[in-house]
Design a protein around this ligand. Structure first.
Ligand code: GLU
Length: 544
């Protein structure tokens, strides 16, 4: 067979030889220790936690080593393309402070582009032509039905399914057969003519999983589809090489394809990058662990964290906690340091599924938000409210002074200990809603209605907005005593049966009346922020 002629026939015209691409995309000239990593999403519009997980690892490894992180868009599968998806990826990752140095829609040197795979079609074809000319790839005219029949046969014969070895019917077509098929206008794909033997196994050093055994590939995988568009396998090998990627960190769902990728790198004459296959994120579902699912778990989508208003730092801290087991300890010692100072190492990544737990993230979020200044908190809330808040919530930001007082009080700033009531922007704005409107809901009063009204009446009768906290509280104590509650906790504790309850029960009535909640920051301070008119109006409303 004259492979050269076949190549010309299948892909006629001048395609640059591989050496030309080597010259056009030379090694980057970085220090040997500098890692070139990438994110290579398909533009489906759905960006998930797994993407962020891998993005943080790639970003840290690249930037910590003085290397490069670039963004490549794997858009060969047109059916899945969604408008605005690329911008959405960049946006979503920027929120978590993942910045690309170059790539699709990135303002960078971009010397290794184009970064959209669709724009690279001539490059893939040039390499495919070269493989055909070297007898390492061939046209396959099998139809979908042929392949379905083959699968059935292999299943019946209890053989591995796929297009390989003696099952690869088009692998050894004669020149005349190929000519006839082409003349008949039959559609065809280009397949790799694999040289591997799966009985031969090699030890492979995965940067995350450690040493793993990988069999050789014998599948004659498709490299160019019938429309001339490459498959992921083929395109990513060429791109990772020409973009001079040194390390591929990707999801472990690609581990099964690793034998194919290794063979492709070898047959293309490329030096292999290092690979790290990252474990899937798991969650507990009852007693068992399972992968996070797009259908069942809203928290899988990165959009969820934006919409709920999780602080990006909290999400990042949690991701780092999951990514490197010693992060938590480091963070405990360096709570004020930029996260970029943590010495991230790929070798410390978990080899088996990391367990994602929203409650744990919520705890971290409480901690992170409690450490913000009032100004930082107000900015964070404002940005969220502008994008996602209700008009009522957006109106909170009209009176900055009031908002600052509210936040300082609710965060416990200036107090003995910071409060940790806030988890997300959405939840925080709900939490402080009572400063702006009569509470929409109230916790249940523990006392009966008659007692409740008696407390409210007595309070209304003696309330003076000018009272300081001590005077105010002494009045509450008097109300308590008058109604048969212990004015002092210690009296109540000494002899509970002598009272209907304690001053705490009376204070709780007031707390629920004003805030809707049985727990709140200091009530006197809340009333000072509400202002006298609102205090009196709420007393009337609580009564109704
Ligand atoms: N386009 C692939 C995906 O979205 C990329 C896998 C890789 O990182 O190589 O899953």
């Amino acid at each position: 067979m004259d492979f050269q002629k076949l190549a010309e026939r299948l892909l006629p015209g001048d395609y640059p030889p591989p050496e030309q691409f080597e010259a056009q995309y030379p090694p980057r000239g970085l220090a040997p220790s500098a890692a070139v990593t990438r994110l290579a999403p398909s533009p489906t519009g759905f960006i998930h936690l797994g993407n962020l997980f891998v993005a943080i690892a790639n970003e840290r490894i690249a930037h910590q080593s003085g290397g490069v992180l670039y963004l490549r868009i794997e858009d060969t599968d047109l059916k899945r393309k969604v408008d605005g998806a690329v911008e959405a990826v960049i946006e979503a990752l920027r929120y978590f402070d993942i910045r690309f140095d170059e790539g699709a829609e990135i303002d960078g040197p971009n010397a290794y582009g184009p970064y959209y795979q669709r724009a690279r079609a001539p490059i893939y074809r040039a390499y495919a032509k070269d493989l055909i000319a070297r007898g390492r790839a061939y046209p396959c005219f099998c139809t979908e039905e042929d392949l379905a029949r083959l699968r059935e046969r292999q299943t019946a014969e209890k053989q591995v399914t796929g297009y390989y070895g003696r099952y690869a019917r088009c692998r050894d077509l004669t020149e005349e057969e190929i000519d006839a098929a082409l003349a008949a206008g039959k559609p065809y794909v280009i397949r790799l003519r694999s040289q591997g033997d799966p009985a031969v196994k090699h030890i492979f050093r995965d940067e995350i999983k450690g040493e793993i055994t990988v069999p050789e590939n014998d599948q004659d995988v498709v490299i160019l589809k019938s429309d001339g568009i490459p498959t992921y396998h083929f395109a990513h090998a060429i791109d990772d090489h020409l973009m001079r990627t040194t390390l591929v960190v990707r999801g472990e769902e690609w581990l099964a394809s690793l034998p194919i990728h290794l063979e492709l790198f070898d047959v293309l004459g490329f030096r292999r990058p290092k690979y790290g296959h990252n474990c899937s994120l798991m969650k507990m579902d009852g007693e068992s662990r399972r992968k996070l699912s797009k259908r069942k778990d809203p928290e899988l989508s990165l959009a969820f964290y934006r919409r709920e208003g999780y602080h990006p730092r909290a999400v990042k801290v949690y991701m780092l906690t999951l990514l490197n087991s010693d992060f938590e300890e480091w963070y405990g010692k360096h709570p004020e340091s930029p996260l970029t100072e943590f010495p991230f190492r790929i070798g410390k990544m978990s080899r088996s599924g990391a367990l994602f737990d929203l409650n744990k993230l919520n705890d971290i979020s409480k901690n992170e938000l409690s450490r913000l200044s009032v100004e930082e908190m107000a900015d964070f809330l404002r940005q969220w409210a502008q994008a996602f808040g209700s008009p009522e919530q957006q109106a909170y930001f009209a009176d900055e002074e009031k908002l600052s007082r509210v936040l300082a009080l609710c965060m416990g700033i200036g107090g003995k200990k910071r409060r940790k009531d806030f988890i997300t922007a959405a939840q925080t704005l709900n939490e402080i809603a009572y400063f702006y409107a009569v509470p929409a809901q109230r916790d249940a009063y523990r006392v009966d209605d008659v007692t409740r009204d008696a407390v409210l009446d007595a309070f209304a009768a003696t309330y003076d907005h000018a009272d300081d906290a001590q005077v105010w509280f002494s009045k509450v104590k008097i109300i308590a005593a008058d109604l048969g509650f212990a004015a002092e906790m210690r009296d109540f504790k000494a002899d509970p049966s002598a009272y209907r309850g304690s001053v705490a029960d009376v204070a709780e009535v007031l707390r629920i009346a004003f805030t809707g909640r049985a727990n709140s920051p200091d009530l006197w301070s809340i009333l000072q922020i509400l202002g006298e008119d609102v205090v009196r109006a709420r007393l009337r409303a609580a009564h109704a």
